[in-house]
Write a protein that binds this ligand. Structure first.
Ligand SMILES: CC(C)(COP(=O)(O)OP(=O)(O)OC[C@H]1O[C@@H](n2cnc3c(N)ncnc32)[C@H](O)[C@@H]1OP(=O)(O)O)[C@@H](O)C(=O)NCCC(=O)NCCS
Length: 182
């Protein structure tokens, strides 16, 4: 981990995690409008580019309860997605993880695996978390493969909580304990 003034960059093997900038709004808006990227994601209601820009401008600074990182490829400093650790509770040392890579040409190159591993290491080492949890739509095989590769195990199934393509899908809950990261 390299600390530079107010900014902290977290280095993985392939990716660098860094704070999001208002100038990232165009990319974020574009990703949120790509049906392939959003296929297994909760998409909420439509947001204008101006609203996405405002969200990034007015967002509170990163802190224990909500850490949002842009994922950059270290080789060419290109923003490809984002990853977030949120809802951390000091009493339980438990936080939730979300990730998505919006640049589809970056898929299948190990970036998500490295980003999840790096964010979890940050959670355990810096934030002193005990556990990282997440939910994933049962049909999202690629994401589950990534999570299992870094050590997450399936802990439960939420029945029919995600609607896509005119039908309901289950979500799986997965967890990773401190010491299980591979
Ligand atoms: C899911 C996602 C994070 C994966 O990112 P990625 O950079 O392609 O992941 P990686 O390259 O690190 O690893 C992908 C792994 O999944 C495997 N994989 C790809 N498609 C798969 C599929 N349909 N079924 C099973 N495994 C699959 C790859 O072979 C690779 O495994 P390997 O390294 O053992 O060969 C990315 O595609 C994404 O952001 N998708 C859109 C948003 C999303 O679904 N986010 C997750 C929400 S829970």
């Amino acid at each position: 981990m390299i600390t530079g003034g107010l900014f902290v960059f977290v280095l993985g093997d392939l990716v660098t995690l860094r704070a999001m900038e208002p100038s990232d709004a165009d990319a974020l808006w574009r990703w949120n409008h790509d049906p392939e990227v959003m296929r297994w994601m909760d998409d909420g209601y439509a947001q204008s580019l101006a609203q996405v820009r405002q969200f990034l401008q007015e967002r509170e600074r990163n802190e224990y309860t909500d850490v949002l990182f842009g994922i950059e490829t270290t080789a060419d400093a290109r923003l490809i997605g984002l990853i977030r650790l949120h809802g951390a509770e000091p009493e339980t040392g438990n936080a939730e993880l979300d990730i998505y890579l919006g640049e589809k040409d970056s898929w299948g190159r190990g970036y998500a695996t490295d980003a999840v591993r790096t964010a979890c290491r940050y959670g355990f080492d810096k934030m002193r978390l005990h556990k990282v949890t997440l939910t994933v739509v049962a049909g999202n095989d690629a994401a589950q493969h990534v999570y299992k590769k870094v050590g997450f195990v399936e802990e439960g199934r939420l029945r029919e909580v995600f609607r896509r393509d005119g039908r309901w899908h289950d979500k799986l809950t997965m967890g990773l304990l401190e010491g299980e990261l591979t």
